[in-house]
Design a protein around this ligand. Structure first.
Ligand SMILES: NC(=O)C1=CN([C@@H]2O[C@H](COP(=O)(O)OP(=O)(O)OC[C@H]3O[C@@H](n4cnc5c(N)ncnc54)[C@H](O)[C@@H]3O)[C@@H](O)[C@H]2O)C=CC1
Ligand SMILES: O=c1[nH]c(=O)c2[nH+]cn([C@@H]3O[C@H](COP(=O)(O)O)[C@@H](O)[C@H]3O)c2[nH]1
Ligand SMILES: [K+]
Length: 499
């Protein structure tokens, strides 16, 4: 079934997005087309940037409540990628990249280390891993002497006792290069509760609970691996002079792609940084942004970016449009920028405003090659931070990188280094509900996205983009009432379970 319908029905994207309105995902709806293939025939393989290919079009945002090593490892293991945030020292950001890349297991625990003479005073110290390691100097890179399990610590009457007095001395460790299946088999065969994974230092551990948890998840697709066989990991930098040194640290840590992180990427600072990075590291893919207009996009493409990040004010924690009156509805922004980027073969990331699988279908069909997510991922086990009880619900903190709290954190030279002392927030601090593991909900979400593609008659991102640009894809704006109709309505009560 080729070609547009004989009788005019719906609008082409070029007509719909040229009426002077800023539309977002919920405003628009696609008309179904023709199905001549099964859902499983849909492939979502894509490009993050010119030279970085992914099997899954999902990217974890460079935010300090979203992407550190656990998220980066998990996203890569489901075929996506995580961009490690830069709201920390360059050395720490580099160590997060190394950690994510150092093993084959799709998750990492935040490990705690003690010196032999230290004591453990609070049960909270066990909140991020099932045991605490005892090493020569209490650091991750000194000789391992033993470990303390929570159950052993609980039995202790005097909590001030130094750990060396009651730790288990064990030499059982496995190389971090072991696959998940190998480690799982080892735990069962040797009836162990957990086992540390090491390179020349302890980098992770796997427990029987981890194994059980992961066995129940949908089978993973192709992981994102570099030519060295390690997980692909990205990182963000800013556009200050100090970011040049940061970039050097990241490159040394093996970063696979770098995102220039700014709300308004079309600046002299960013263009100079693009030129610098391209000259210093021609092999490294560089993603510019954020942009929402064709003019901004053209400028950054001309400066040499390998990818563009699209979105201004569309994020769930963003107040930019409210504070600065600048931005664009995300559906319009993605369509416009992707239209111009496609002419130069520059892949586009639709960043922000994703809260369900339908938004992902819309972003990808309107021309994006990947979606970048913050709030969608921030409630997962792999996001930094621990769960807290909020009115009987387990929640994790999620905050904007332009919130006062994030700006005040440690090293943020972008703000604290500024001569002007007046700081204006462009984001908020909040919390999101526990969603379980990304290893579980990303595969389900991608299955839902494939169903959307099937309804559109698109078996790949390329075919969706072809339908869009040829005008075969038809769409309409939904009125307020149509949006209500499209949601759940008229029920006294309901339970929403997606998978
Ligand atoms: N996507 C979005 O809608 C938004 C995202 N954010 C996030 O918040 C964080 C901060 O974003 P921004 O405030 O846009 O950061 P930014 O670093 O791009 O800009 C901060 C300020 O520093 C200035 N600046 C940058 N480089 C400079 C240099 N070399 N010399 C002198 N001045 C320089 C900029 O012009 C701007 O006034 C990022 O993580 C960003 O992703 C914030 C607001 C909106
Ligand atoms: O206006 C803003 N103020 C902020 O403080 C802020 N922090 C992040 N971001 C952007 O929001 C994206 C994540 O959005 P979602 O939670 O909707 O996925 C991210 O990927 C960013 O593009 C911010 N925007
Ligand atoms: K917003």
């Amino acid at each position: 079934m080729d070609g547009a319908p004989v009788i005019d029905d719906g609008f082409s994207a070029s007509r719909l997005f040229n009426q002077g309105y800023s539309y977002t995902y919920d405003d628009v709806i696609f008309l179904p087309h023709y199905i001549d293939f099964p859902t499983d025939a849909v492939t979502l393989s894509t490009k993050l940037s010119r030279r970085v290919a992914l099997a899954t079009p999902c990217v974890a945002s460079p935010m300090d409540t979203v992407t550190e090593s656990s998220m980066a490892a998990a996203m890569a293991s489901v075929g996506g990628i995580g961009i490690v945030h830069s709201n920390t020292t360059a050395a720490h950001q580099a160590s997060l990249i190394r950690l994510a890349k150092s093993h084959k297991i799709p998750f990492t625990h935040d490990l705690v280390f003690k010196r032999p003479s230290d004591s453990i005073l609070s049960a909270e110290e066990f909140s991020s891993a099932p045991c605490i390691f005892v090493t020569d100097l209490g650091t991750h890179d000194t000789k391992v002497l033993g470990f303390v399990k929570k159950s052993d610590w609980e039995k202790l009457s005097d909590k001030e006792t130094s750990v060396s007095k009651y730790m288990t001395k064990s030499k059982v460790m496995l190389p971090a290069s072991y696959s998940f299946e190998d480690v799982a088999g080892y735990l069962v065969k040797n009836e162990l509760e957990f086992v540390p994974l090491i390179t020349d230092e302890v980098v992770n551990l796997v427990s029987r609970d981890d194994v059980e948890r992961i066995k129940g998840f949908p089978k993973l697709g192709l992981p994102s691996l570099g030519s060295d066989g390690n997980f692909l990991v990205g990182a963000s930098i800013g556009t200050r002079e100090s970011d040049k040194e940061r970039l050097e640290h990241l490159v040394k840590a093996g970063v696979n792609v770098v995102v220039l992180d700014s709300s308004q990427g079309n600046s002299i600072y960013q263009i100079e940084m693009i030129k610098y990075a391209k000259k210093m590291y021609p092999e490294l893919d560089l993603i510019g942004g954020n942009v929402v207009t064709t003019y901004q996009a053209q400028n950054l493409i001309q400066a040499g970016v390998d990818g563009l990040r699209v979105g201004m004010g569309s994020g769930s924690i963003c107040t930019t449009q409210e504070v600065c009156a600048v931005g664009r509805g995300q559906a319009t922004a993605v369509y416009k920028v992707a239209s111009v980027a496609a002419q130069s073969d520059v892949p586009v990331i639709a960043d922000g405003g994703i809260s369900n699988s339908g938004h992902i279908v819309k972003a990808l069909t309107l021309g994006a090659s990947t979606v970048m997510m913050g709030s969608f991922l921030a409630g997962s086990t792999e996001a930094p931070g621990t769960y807290e009880d909020q009115g009987g619900r387990q929640v994790k903190k999620y905050r904007g990188m332009g919130s006062l709290e994030a700006m005040m954190k440690g090293s943020d030279a972008r703000y604290l280094g500024d001569k002007a002392k007046l700081k204006i927030a462009q984001g908020v601090v909040g919390a999101v509900a526990d969603k379980g593991s990304v290893l579980n909900f990303i595969p389900y979400t991608m299955q839902a996205v494939k169903q959307g593609f099937q309804d559109l008659g698109a078996s790949s991102l390329q075919s969706a983009h072809d339908l869009l640009r040829s005008g075969v894809l038809r769409l309409e704006v939904r009125t307020g009432a149509a949006q209500v109709e499209g949601g759940i309505h008229g029920l006294v009560s309901y339970e929403k379970k997606s998978f």
